[in-house]
Design a protein around this ligand. Structure first.
Ligand code: GAL
Length: 790
């Protein structure tokens, strides 16, 4: 029995080399070389590229010069140029008019000789496109979905110690689309190299549930799958320790287990935690299970599972968390962001989630596919309840495997409250669809009976038994003709969730329809797709019918693709509450007014309308006060009682100056907003979200760039181009501005402001020091900030 040290999982994100374009990768059996698995079983003598194979001597020189060194996460599609090629049909519009293609990654690595005998595996959290992986010339697998995680056991194929170096080649074909939004291309989520003893906790091998929870006690059920990859039976001790958030042991159980040779065994253990601290969005308290596999006094494997204690129930009356009726205040979201495409460093994922938390969200729908494991871990920590989603309605063996791996991977996250098995599939309301759905439900119930299943539907709710298969029936845009409410009464056992709503199209800082540039006004409802409704209507609908459990507004952020209601030159969607940089649109403040308590008041539009003096302007106010007084240049325009969960409207003849809104509660002023006509652009302002970042080669500071007038006020119409220079241990990872029709590259050292703002993402090198970021623009006073890298 080997007694090697316990599992290690190291990041494999650095030092990849990337080549854009197809490369024929064949494995040839040449005299003197190792044989093995071949691409398509084809063996070709002679003509083969030295790309997938590397021998001992050629290890370093083997990377062709034209390949670029890249760091994972990486998305090559976002580096492309926007193009409108009618021959490409409609799909490029839905995908944001960026070319996809094929890319090849390559990485060299060595393993020490003492790793021989361990299990070595390579883990990809997500590779967008059809990916094929070679190790030292051997094809080790192909994976079809860009949204699910995949692992490869490479123990037999890698070389150890003096045997030589190893080369990994990953070929990614991003030409096929999986969805109808921007999807990117490449190794866009983390990669890991894992080493374990041959006796170890299986992949995603723990499952923690809390069958009984009270104020006094929580019963914790631990299921651990042990995997014995030795050719002999193995006896071990399985030790499970539950620790609270401070690391104090609050539960412990241990037992002796024997696992047959080359077999797996599931072990059930139970512990109790006294006075459990419950997980909720307000108090996202986490426990940790430490699993240890011990053989003759030596720990051969350790495995950590973060979990929470909470109860959930979807009922006819609505959603209940820890015994309390709770409205789900959710947004649906795709993955991408300004400057990075879908290759979000963890910090950028956290930034997006924090913005949603600040808005008052308590729920997140990962539309329409599995999220990254990091996103779920952050939702656990920040307190966001997640609708975790399967990519498609598919009960082929591949479809089943996809769903199994989603559930096995994610079922310990307290943030996950439901498994969404499909979205708006054509087979909704069809008998075949019902059968497929049934098979998916069976998988979900078997692997995780603690969470409900749902289908996010836009038709067929009442046909051919489709809805009867799932625990919760999702209504996408049920508000359109109150189908959700009608069905609640018509089907007495149906549990309903507002799985997708609104799809309200607005462009940040725009107040008029502008077909030519492809902009939508901020006044909700002026320009809307036929299936949609305003955010305001969606929220009121839920308030009127709490049995709908919640709203999942389409979407939290604008994303690339689906430029509804436009096409080219528009390349981004307009559905976001925030733009693709995370800058709030006006509708953001509507949600603040209904989702947060702190007194606030917001006025739209901006007040820079030179040349339109005397023209009647629509002025809207959002507030959570009970009354609002609006005044212009010191003259009251009247006080109005706030429409509950609504907005106020005034018609105001334009005159430059200061518009002021004061919100009252019980006749006392509680919030004030001043809107001033500004002067011309005069200077640049740089505001980093954090001025202190980590020297880990990954951390990011997101810098808001504003164009100010001479008095330091943001000019709401400014579109000056800002040039960025970075010195010190960091780089400019990308830029953005939220303009849905901008064709400027996101990977560049410059960006125009859009309605006053743009964004620069600064990434730290793995080296301490001080980054200096300078922003300059012709005719404007430049700005400089320092970011400490520690
Ligand atoms: C929904 C769909 C989303 C998105 C949205 C746009 O029907 O589920 O993926 O396309 O429409 O309004």
């Amino acid at each position: 029995m080997a007694t090697q040290q316990a599992r290690s999982r190291e990041s494999f994100d650095n030092d990849w080399f990337f080549h854009k374009g197809d490369i024929p990768i064949k494995y040839a059996v040449k005299a003197g070389m190792t044989g093995g698995i071949t691409d398509n079983g084809k063996r070709e003598e002679g003509e083969w590229l030295d790309i997938a194979y590397v021998d001992q001597e050629s290890a370093e020189s083997a990377i062709p010069k034209e390949w670029s060194r890249v760091k994972i996460p990486h998305d090559w599609v976002v580096e492309g140029n926007f193009m409108n090629d009618p021959n490409l049909g409609s799909r490029p519009a839905s995908h944001g008019y960026l070319p996809t293609g094929i890319g090849v990654y390559r990485k060299l690595f060595a393993l020490p000789s003492h790793d021989l005998g361990k299990k070595i595996s390579l883990h990809f959290d997500g590779v967008m496109g059809i990916s094929t992986v070679w190790i030292n010339g051997h094809v080790i697998g192909t994976h079809n979905s860009g949204y699910s995680s995949v692992q490869y056991d490479i123990s037999d194929i890698v070389r150890y110690g003096d045997e030589g170096n190893n080369v990994i080649v990953v070929k990614v074909d991003a030409n096929r689309y999986e969805g109808w939004w921007y999807e990117g291309g490449g190794i866009y989520r983390h990669t890991w190299l894992q080493k374990t003893d041959r006796l170890h906790v299986a992949q995603w091998g723990t499952y923690v549930t809390t069958p009984y929870v009270s104020d006094e006690i929580a019963d914790i059920h631990l299921q651990t799958r042990l995997h014995n990859e030795y050719e002999l039976d193995q006896a071990c001790e399985l030790k499970s320790t539950v620790k609270d958030a401070e690391g104090v042991t609050v539960g412990f159980v241990s037992e002796k287990v024997t696992i047959a040779q080359l077999d797996q065994k599931q072990v059930d253990q139970r512990v109790s935690v006294a006075k459990p601290r419950l997980w909720s969005p307000e108090h996202p308290y986490l426990y940790e299970l430490l699993t240890e596999v011990i053989v003759e006094g030596t720990t051969v494997d350790t495995y950590r599972t973060s979990f929470g204690i909470r109860t959930i129930a979807f009922t006819r009356e609505g959603f209940i968390l820890n015994g309390k009726p709770t409205l789900l205040k959710g947004t649906c979201n795709h993955q991408d962001f300004a400057g990075v495409g879908v290759a979000l460093p963890d910090r950028v994922v956290a930034y997006k989630l924090q913005l949603l938390k600040e808005l008052g969200c308590n729920a997140y729908r990962s539309a329409h596919h599995p999220p990254s494991p990091e996103l779920l871990a952050m939702c656990d920590r920040l307190g966001l309840m997640v609708m975790d989603e399967n990519r498609k309605l598919d009960s082929s063996s591949e479809g089943i495997t996809e769903l199994q791996s989603l559930i096995m991977r994610d079922r310990n996250h307290p943030s996950v409250i439901a498994w969404c098995l499909e979205n708006e599939e054509i087979l909704e309301g069809k008998i075949t669809g019902a059968r497929i759905l049934r098979s998916l439900v069976q998988v979900a119930r078997k692997l995780d009976p603690t969470r409900p299943t749902l289908a996010a539907m836009n038709h067929g709710w009442n046909e051919e038994g489709y809805s009867d298969q799932v625990d919760i029936v999702g209504y996408n845009y049920g508000q359109r003709n109150a189908q959700d409410v009608t069905d609640h009464y018509a089907y007495p056992s149906r549990i309903i969730l507002g799985s997708e709503s609104a799809s309200s199209t607005t462009t940040r800082g725009i107040y008029e329809v502008d077909q030519e540039r492809g902009y939508c006004p901020a006044y909700e409802g002026v320009l809307m797709p036929s299936w949609s409704c305003t955010v305001e209507k969606a929220w009121n609908d839920l308030l009127d019918h709490p049995f709908l459990s919640g709203v999942f507004l389409w979407t939290g952020f604008d994303y690339r693709g689906e430029p509804t209601p436009y096409r080219w030159p528009c390349v981004l969607s307009h559905f976001g509450i925030m733009d693709i940089c995370g800058f709030p649109k006006d509708v953001y403040y509507y949600l603040k007014s209904v989702w947060t308590e702190e007194p606030m008041v917001h006025i739209l539009p901006h007040w820079n309308w030179a040349g339109r003096e005397g023209e009647l302007m629509d002025v809207w106010v959002y507030s959570n006060g009970d009354q609002v007084e609006l005044s212009l240049n010191g003259k009251s325009l009247g006080t109005m009682p706030m429409t509950p969960a609504g907005h106020l409207e005034w018609k105001v003849p334009y005159e430059p100056g200061e518009m002021r809104a004061i919100a009252y509660r019980d006749k006392k002023p509680v919030a004030e907003k001043k809107l001033q006509t500004t002067g011309a652009p005069a200077s640049i302002q740089l505001e980093p979200d954090r001025q202190d970042i980590q020297a880990d080669g990954m951390d990011v500071s997101l810098v808001k760039v504003s164009i100010l007038d001479a008095q330091g006020r943001v000019v709401p119409t400014a579109d000056n181009e800002v040039l960025f220079e970075v010195e010190g241990p960091g780089l400019l990872l990308g830029v953005g501005n939220g303009n849905p029709s901008s064709h400027e590259p996101d990977k560049a050292n410059r960006r125009r402001a859009f309605n006053g703002y743009c964004l620069a993402l600064i990434q730290a090198h793995a080296q301490a020091g001080e980054i200096v970021l300078r922003g300059t623009s012709s005719g404007l006073k430049s700005a400089e900030i320092k970011i400490a890298v520690r």
